[in-house]
Design a protein around this ligand. Sequence first.
Ligand SMILES: NC(=O)c1ccc[n+]([C@@H]2O[C@H](COP(=O)([O-])OP(=O)(O)OC[C@H]3O[C@@H](n4cnc5c(N)ncnc54)[C@H](OP(=O)(O)O)[C@@H]3O)[C@@H](O)[C@H]2O)c1
Length: 282
Amino acid sequence: MANPTGLQDTFRLNNGVEMPWLGLGVFRVDDNSVAAESVKTAIKAGYRLIDTAAVYQNEEGVGQGIREALDENGLSRNDIFVTSKVWNSDQGYDTTLAAYQASLNRLGLDYLDLYLVHWPVKGKYKETWKALEQLYKDGKVRSIGVSNFQIHHLEDLAVDAEVAPVINQVERHPRLTQAPLKEYCDQHEIRLEAWAPLMVGGLFDNETITSIAGKYDKTPAQVILRWHIQGGVAAIPKSTKAHRIIENGDVFDFELSAEDMDKINALNQDHRTGADPDNFNF
Ligand SMILES: NC(=O)c1ccc[n+]([C@@H]2O[C@H](COP(=O)([O-])OP(=O)(O)OC[C@H]3O[C@@H](n4cnc5c(N)ncnc54)[C@H](OP(=O)(O)O)[C@@H]3O)[C@@H](O)[C@H]2O)c1
């Protein structure tokens, strides 16, 4: 069980790099100025992890928000952990190398802390991984990982991989606890990171969650985020609203009992809100 005590607490990835437990997600934030404001609010509130992707089309705004926040808060680039992802249409070796540079250019950064293969595109993800390995070996990125990989994708990748992924970022929330995948990742020192950690808002009326929230005097969102990180899973909730960004970061002053952790685990229905990594067409 993990027990981080603040937004700036980190865990160690399998390559020795430190990564914060909780970060800001910016999916569906198409307006660059809104993305910049959300990032600035988060960093001011103490967040140190920002998760974007080329396909979100907000890397310019995210980069601008990071630069302004560093200035305003007296921070340096290495205080912030920045993640982006190579989109499916850019997968392949040369195209991935070019996509990485294009993301850096849009962000206005000279390196990323984590670059992910966004989805396991059949027939392509291994070449894409080779490009990530090259970027890593060349010192252009601090760590590399995958997203939406099932156990069989990870096993297939491991056949030829020279560098193991540090992270597998997947849909995860109390209705999709991903227990077998988590067990596999734990065994292979790949950290699970939850996208849609709040099930995109779909669980705030759930009776189990609301009753646990009442017991700890916390909100449903805070209980769910605490459940992720206490269970050893990093999480990147998205909000563009300052009060929610602050609320979501305020999950380090309480601890769920083992019984309450189990009650939340028992909500699993293997229910996805997003695409199935074994059957997607984008
Ligand atoms: N790797 C992938 O394939 C993948 C896929 C999807 C997402 N992601 C990443 O994961 C991040 C999070 O996932 P997500 O954005 O899909 O879903 P999410 O974080 O589970 O939920 C976000 C939704 O919940 C609302 N919300 C956030 N905090 C709240 C609070 N405290 N109280 C009430 N409502 C709240 C937000 O609305 P407001 O903004 O209006 O507050 C938004 O509608 C993304 O932003 C992205 O960075 C990755």
